[in-house]
Ligand binder design. Sequence first.
Ligand SMILES: [Zn+2]
Length: 449
Amino acid sequence: MSCPWIESRAKKDEEKTLKYGPMMWELKQRYNGYRVEQYNVIIGVLGGYSKHLENKMKEKIRKEYNRRVRLILRTELNGRNKIEAISSLAVPVPVVQYSFGIIAWKISELKKIDTKTRKLLNMHKMLHPKADVERLYIPRKDGGRGLIDVETAFKTATIGLDHYLKHKEGQYLKQVLDHERSKAKNSISKNATKFKIEVTMPEIENREDKSASENAKALKHEFKSKMKSMKEEKWKNKALHGQYPKILEKPHLDTVTTNKWLSSNLKGETEGLLVAAQNQAINTRNYQKVICGQQVESKCRMCSQHEETVDHIVSGCEVLAKTEYISRHNNAAAYLHWSICKDHDIEITDKWYEHEPETVMHNKDSNITIMWGMPVNTDRTITANRPDIIVKDSVNSTCKLIDMTVPSDRNIALKETEKKSKYKDLDLEIQRLWHIKNRSDPCGCWCAW
Ligand SMILES: [Zn+2]
């Protein structure tokens, strides 16, 4: 079967070559030593058909994409905004996505673009060289960094386009679909089927009450979430990087709060380092020995007692416990104290890190008392009588005992139980002495990450 578009385009190409032939000859004579080439850009519905032109276009798109990524990475934006800018200014419509369905991209070519992006992120210290690749492309609310990969964008666009062509009424669209189906390579419909099989996606029913574009959008959404689950699964199945997502699944862990830091305004470098540490990809002695297979001492260089792993450095080293862990605990508790004071309209400094908690603070009406590290006088002897913060509300007759701890992710449940039982006696005594009606659980537990 002959294709009317191909035939007409070939005719146009011939026409243009003949038309500008004499001019090309003239130019070659005039600019001796220069290479003079003629490109007939004939973009019909089906776009660039010339292989040569197509390669030129691909190169141009790649260059423009990399230029934009570089420009974004050189800005002063924070880590989250940089990733968002790449996903909204480089990947979508203006650059790469515009060519989907017109230029026959190979998946390997798109993968190279993604690799190049990661290299650029790496050069700008946004991504640790050993950090997890899948995690980079998982949404921030699920613990990832929310970058859009060109490969997924292409696959999603192809599936959406295929669905639209199949279900949208119109004589020309039908002809486009026939032509696409007849193609041996890079056919939209064949590619769409292949991509759907890859993620084991069932055929979704076309809803008659919705337009073709709405149906295509729903399909694209479904495909994207399938791709996301595949990436998450791949991340979880990794022996080392997968330990963190497995912890996130534990029932005692609040995933939303745990991943909240990824939506804050941290610098790209800080964010990259923290993510690498969570992936246990930092160059610790244990990593050098076990993962890299080097002949090195794997014990901690501070205490020489335990294996030097990320977990140990962050929350298990006895030497660091005496200095670094204490100052971390005090800083975190001071921030909490500052936030509580702020909530009750108590006068405080603008910057939390300049806040120096006073032993006892009151709000304007003196019905809220906030105590900082103050022992509670009790009738009977109670050893654990000094939680970090006590918030006493005399109007509502409530009292909150807050004790801060910064354990490793693995120990959160254990620490929570420990704290609750440690302050149980004090809690009962306070209820009796201060006539507290509404008791609150003595607890305040933060994770190390
Ligand atoms: Zn140690």
